[in-house]
Every structure is written in C-alpha cells, then in structure tokens.
Design a protein around this ligand. Structure first.
Ligand code: NAD
Length: 445
C-alpha cells in the first residue's frame, strides 16, 4: 500500500514515520525544500524523542521518503493525508489557506481513486471545502476521477508523539464513504492491537471531536489555575486540593496541575478557533471565552510575583530562567508561556539568563537579544537574584541545592510549575514562590 502525507511538521513527520514502520510505502511531502533535503539525509529538524532513529531506519529500508514534488508523490496512493499547519487567522479562526492549497494541488494531479484525509485540525465543514476544491480542479482538467474525503483528527502529544501514534487511545474516522472508511481502518489496524477503538462517525462530528477534546483539556487547566489563585488568597494549597479532587475517578488526576498557563501549537489556537466557530453560528461559547481569558492572565502570574518580590524594581536584577519550551520533551516554542514571562521581565529591566535542555535553538530565533542563553542549568544561576522555573524538564526536579546556594546571589525561586516541595525549599534556605500555594521564607536559624 502506498500513501502520501502532505505537510511534514510534527504531525506529518510522526504520522508518516509510524505508518512506514508498519511496512506501508510512505512519501512525506513539504514545500520547505531545506527541510526535505535535511530529512533525506536522515536529519530530523524537530526534537521528538525516538523520532530520528525511526526516520533513519525507515529511510534505510526504503519505506519512507521525502519529497517537495506533490505530483510524483501522490501518484498511485490510495490515501493522501493533509497535515499542514492551520494557524490562527487575524480573527482567531483557523487559517485554511495551506489546507486548501494542498487540496487544489491534489485536484491538479490526481490520476486515480484516493481518499483525501484531513489530519490537520480544521473547523467544521473543512472536509467539504476540500472536496469542493478538488472537484473544481478536476472539472478544470475535464476529468472524472473518483475520490472521497475524510476527517481523521490527530491526538498525539508532542514529546510523547511516537508512543501516542503507535498506541492510540482511539482513532476517529469521519467519512460518508464505506470505501474510504475501509482504507483508513486498514491503515490503522496494526496500531489497534491494544484493543482501543476505531470510532467511525460523520465528518462534521469528527471535525468537532478534535476541537472539543482540546477545549476540555484547556478548560481543566484554566479551571485549576483559577482555583489556584483563589487558594493563595484564602490560604489553601492547590497541590493538596488537586490530590483531593483527582482521586475521584469522575474528575481524574490528569490535566489538573496548576501552573504558568497552557501554550503550544494546539490549545491556544484551537480554543480561539472554536470560540470563533461559536460566534459564526451565533452560539457564543462563554466557558471557552473565560478559559482563554484566564490563561492569558495566568501566563503573567509568575512574572508578577517576581516584580512584587523586588518591590516592582527589576533594574539591575539578574534573573535565571529554567525551561523555555511550552512543555518538557519538546523544542516547540509556539505560544510558550516563557515568551510572555520573558517579555514582561525584560521590559521591567531585568537581565535574563536562560537554560533549556533542547529548546534554546528555536528560542534564540524568537527571543534574540532579550536573553543570554547558557550551556547548562547552573551557569544560568551565576550571581542570580532569583530563579524562575517555567518548564518542568526532569533535570530541574532534583537540583543540587548546595551548588545553587553557592552560585546564586539571592536564594529565591519562583516556581511556575509547582515542582518543588515547600518545606524542603524552606529547609534549604530558599524563599519560595509557587502557584496556588503559600509562599515560604527560609527557616530562621
Ligand atoms: P507544523 O507547522 O509543524 O508543520 C506544518 C508543515 O506543513 C510545515 O512543514 C510546512 O512547511 C508544511 N506546509 C505548509 N504548506 C504546505 C503546502 N502547501 N504543501 C506542503 N507542505 C506545506 O504543524 P504541526 O504542528 O505538524 O500541525 C499540523 C496540523 O496538525 C495543525 O492543524 C495542528 O493543529 C494539528 N495538530 C498538531 C499537533 C501537534 O502536537 N503539533 C497535534 C494534533 C494536531
């Protein structure tokens, strides 16, 4: 079986590589020629654990190839996935420019039956637009080539993308064609040995499922952040509250961690796009509007704590930053809370020295001169007046407090992810601020 994946970013590259792993012949296509050249040499331009090795194995076995030529790549394919970006447009709606450009190109070059599958996160009715766009091109060519469209939203998590793809919780197939459903089902069969379901539905429901999934996860995060801020005021501890409610299976213990707000390439743009869909259909989504507003404020909470600690004067203060990516195990900086925090602290006059295990290359392109990038976590602490922890990479969880003691000018930590134990911080002589928990000062000796 031969398939093509158009768009070779986080989703396209992981999907293509995982499909190739099952023996299918996969071509990943992109308009970014430099990226295609890199990939053909076995170099993976994103950080995703385990991906580079898998890409190289499948390249060597000849099952996976990379191309900038869509015409050659879709020839003889039974399934063509669209996995290009759907960034937010100016009004918050998903920008479908890339998706529809790809659909147009497929229409220009399709020669025999294929199912065209949108894997990009797209608003309701996009598969229909894809169908219309392809049909228009076929009409221009005066050819009558049968094809189907389908929606197959992707639920992988960056940082755990391969495992998520190889062992999915569920596969959603939205289509009105039995033939298309059968092809997609066949493609995913090797990944479903764990018994998790394929859920077939109509196209609109599949498109909505992806947005609803991300929206509810974002809602859980903003809800906990809202409660966390109230906890601080009333003298409660959000970590205790989290454990208290998370043990109830109706609530569950995932995605209820208070922190510096959600970021990344998906939640912010998908929440925005769903709000816009609600507006378009005169059905305002008030809960989601609040989720977004809470998140915007939450990204600034830790920076406000820094400012308050230094009496709103950060001139001459040297602040260390641990973690830049929007979450651990990725180099993705899109909508990372670190961007808002760093901008706020830098605008207030602080000198910033940052370290992140993998995201510094992507961060440098965005942050430029605002930050000095350091080679390791302790270098960032030299003469620091404080440390702000933004991304909870494993290597930050148990640092050597004695080394920190020697390096830092003032022993104060602002923990944007609540990873440290307040009592322990106090014992080691730190002033410690976190989210939704009382601040602690060093024990009097
Ligand atoms: P990305 O920005 O990493 O990659 C998109 C790729 O598409 C880029 O390499 C770009 O050059 C390429 N592209 C753009 N126009 C093209 C064209 N006309 N022809 C060929 N290639 C083209 O995006 P991503 O993070 O992989 O996300 C892709 C889609 O999947 C989005 O809709 C996103 O919301 C969704 N999604 C992402 C994730 C995630 O974790 N990143 C998870 C689930 C769903």
């Amino acid at each position: 079986m031969k398939i093509a994946i158009i768009g070779t970013g986080y989703v396209g590259l992981v999907s293509g590589t995982c499909f190739a792993e099952t023996g299918i012949q996969v071509t990943c296509v992109d308009i970014d020629h430099a990226k295609i050249d890199q990939l053909n040499q076995g170099f993976v331009p994103i950080y995703e654990p385990g991906l580079e090795r898998m890409v190289n194995t499948n390249l060597e076995k000849g099952r996976l190839s990379f191309s900038a030529n869509i015409q050659e790549s879709i020839a003889g394919c039974e399934a063509i996935f669209i996995a290009v970006g759907t960034p937010p447009g100016e009004d918050g709606s998903a920008d479908l420019r890339h998706v529809l450009t790809v659909a147009g190109n497929i229409g220009k070059y399709l020669e025999e039956y294929a199912v065209i599958i949108t894997k990009s996160t797209v608003p309701i009715n996009t598969a229909e637009k894809v169908r219309e766009t392809i049909a228009e091109e076929l009409l221009k060519r005066k050819v009558d080539i049968p094809f189907d469209v389908a929606s197959n939203p992707e639920f992988l998590k960056e940082g755990a993308a391969i495992n998520d793809f190889l062992k999915p919780d569920r596969i959603i197939i939205g289509t009105d064609s039995k033939r298309a459903e059968k092809i997609i089902h066949r493609l995913y069969k090797p990944f479903l040995l764990n018994g998790h379901p394929v859920i077939s539905m109509d196209i609109r429901s599949a498109e909505m499922t992806k947005y609803a999934a991300n929206a509810i996860l974002a809602t859980k995060i903003s809800f906990m952040n809202d409660i966390a801020n109230l906890c601080e005021i009333v003298g409660a501890d959000i970590n205790m509250v989290r454990r208290g409610i998370g043990s109830d299976p109706r609530i569950g213990n995932k995605f209820i961690y208070a922190g510096a707000g959600y970021g990344g390439s998906c939640f912010p743009k998908d929440v925005k796009a769903l709000i816009k869909t609600g507006e378009d259909y005169q059905k305002p989504l008030r809960i989601l509007q609040a989720v977004e507003a809470v998140n915007e404020e939450q990204k600034l909470v830790i920076a406000q704590k820094v400012k308050a600690h230094f009496n709103h004067n950060l001139n001459g203060k040297r602040i260390a930053i641990w973690g830049l990516s929007f979450k651990p195990e990725t180099d993705d900086m899109r909508e990372a809370p670190s961007l808002s925090i760093i901008n706020t602290l830098s605008d207030a006059g602080a000198t910033l020295r940052a370290y992140d295990p993998v995201a510094m290359k992507s961060a440098k392109n965005i942050m430029g001169q605002k930050v000095t990038f350091c080679d390791d976590r302790y270098e960032a602490l030299i003469d620091a007046d404080g440390l702000v922890l933004i991304t909870e990479w494993s290597e930050f969880r148990i640092p050597n407090y004695r080394v920190m003691d020697k390096l830092m000018k003032e022993k104060v930590i602002f923990d944007g992810r609540n990873i440290y134990d307040s009592e322990e911080m106090q014992e080691y002589g730190f002033t410690y601020y976190s989210i939704g928990r009382p601040a602690v000062k060093p024990e009097e000796s």
